[in-house]
Write a protein that binds this ligand. Structure first.
Ligand code: PLP
Length: 393
């Protein structure tokens, strides 16, 4: 018999009753150190007092009115995002996937306004932009798209890090290039800052939009409000979600005035997108994360994590082949024949939650509020997990 929940997930047998900061407690009272943060979502940890207060206060005022009316919380969040970034204008969504859908629409609308044949979008192998029919076509992998064809046409996928293939893929029908500055699901693959600058120059030279998917790597995760800031380049369009809601469903597409120019009244919409509850929480998240002192402290604690992970890897060369990532977005590439899923399971047995990714990588995505003591404790638990994988000496 099929379960009442459609069986699309292989869930770990854990049920959580409450959380506080970086800690989650199961219904049977076991405590876990959460280095997954709901897949880079709980940017300020669990039950952050300011987020709880923002949600409670808004819940007593008004939950939903629809975009038929002015929504002051939405306007304030958009103003804040514009003030902190390259963007001139913002559309609020409920998820990263919805942000991807709108980014694709903007690329096509903008492209066709330049010349009627321009609609194609260059994407990258290993990409992840969500699970909608458009987003799986954009990613183009068999794993995401198998059995769901015929796929939406108009995407050209190039190998990650192949500058020649990238330059060759941009043709007269290309409207945009879409890239995660750091691939998350793809295995914490960082595009070197130099390559990101070269990509910006290439897009300018060819006159196509550069679109960043910062759904996972954005919102302070790298120690910068957005990952691309460290490279000193800006996109024309950017997708944001995950951390921006701190656990409340919220996403956004940020764009320059030029990129968004063709998106007039009636060109896009959402019933829930930018509702007062989500935007009240998003504003509270922005208040905390878009603070220079907070971001500097993320970078400092990320440096501490780096050091500890280097020591961990040195002590377990047969299990940990490589440390990847930036800031508090780290990947441990697991040495074969060991499997990332086995280290995730061993971590869980040691009281630590992590997230697997492609390329046999285990992701560490703690709340941005994680303390040095919690980082040290997480690495001790990873040490126990790696030892368990090595088996009896
Ligand atoms: C998670 C993710 C998405 C999809 O976001 P959802 O909120 O799950 O729809 C898109 N792009 C990237 C890079 C992601 O990590």
């Amino acid at each position: 018999m099929i379960s009442p929940l459609m069986p699309t997930y292989a869930r770990a047998p854990l049920e959580f009753e409450r959380g506080e900061g970086c800690w989650l407690t199961t219904t049977d009272g076991t405590e876990f150190l959460d280095f997954g943060a709901g897949i880079a979502v709980n940017a300020l940890g669990h039950a952050h007092p300011k987020l709880v207060a923002a949600l409670e206060a808004q819940a007593r005022r008004v939950w939903h009115v629809s975009n038929l009316y002015e929504i002051p919380e939405q306007r304030r969040l958009a103003e804040r995002l514009v003030a902190e970034t390259f963007a001139d204008t913002v559309f609020l969504t409920n998820s990263g996937t919805e942000a991807a859908e709108l980014a694709i629409k903007i690329a096509r609308k903008w492209g066709q306004a330049q010349s009627p044949a321009r609609h194609r979008i260059v994407t990258f192998a290993g990409a992840f932009h969500g699970r909608s029919t458009g987003a799986i076509a954009a990613a183009g992998s068999e794993k995401l798209a198998g059995g769901f064809g015929p796929l939406m046409p108009g995407f050209d996928s190039v190998p990650w890090g192949d500058a020649a293939a990238l330059a060759a893929a941009i043709g007269p029908e290309t409207a945009a290039v879409l890239i995660e500055p750091i691939q998350g699901e793809g295995g914490i693959r960082v595009l070197p800052h130099e390559a990101l600058r070269a990509l910006r120059a290439l897009c300018d030279e060819r006159g196509v939009l550069l679109m960043f998917d910062e759904v996972q790597c954005g919102m302070g995760r790298t120690g910068h409000l957005f990952a691309h800031e460290a490279a000193g380049v800006v996109p024309d369009v950017m997708m944001v979600a995950k951390g921006i809601g701190g656990g409340f469903p919220l996403g956004a597409v940020l764009a320059t005035e030029a990129a968004a120019a063709p998106m007039g009244v009636g060109s896009h919409g959402s019933t829930y997108g930018g509702n007062p509850l989500a935007c009240a929480v998003g504003l509270a998240v922005m208040e905390e994360v878009a603070d220079a002192g907070f971001l500097a402290s993320v970078r400092a604690r990320a440096g501490f994590l780096s050091q500890r992970l280097a020591e961990l890897a040195a002590g377990h060369p047969a299990v940990i082949a490589e440390i990847r990532g930036e800031g508090l977005m780290r990947g441990l590439r697991i040495a074969e024949p060991h499997a990332a899923a086995d280290l995730v399971a061993a971590g869980r047995a040691a009281g630590l939650l992590t997230v697997p990714a492609a390329e046999n990588v285990v992701r560490l995505l703690p709340p941005l509020t994680v303390s040095e003591d919690e980082i040290a404790e997480a690495v001790r638990r990873l040490d126990r997990a790696a030892t368990a994988l090595e088996g009896p000496a």
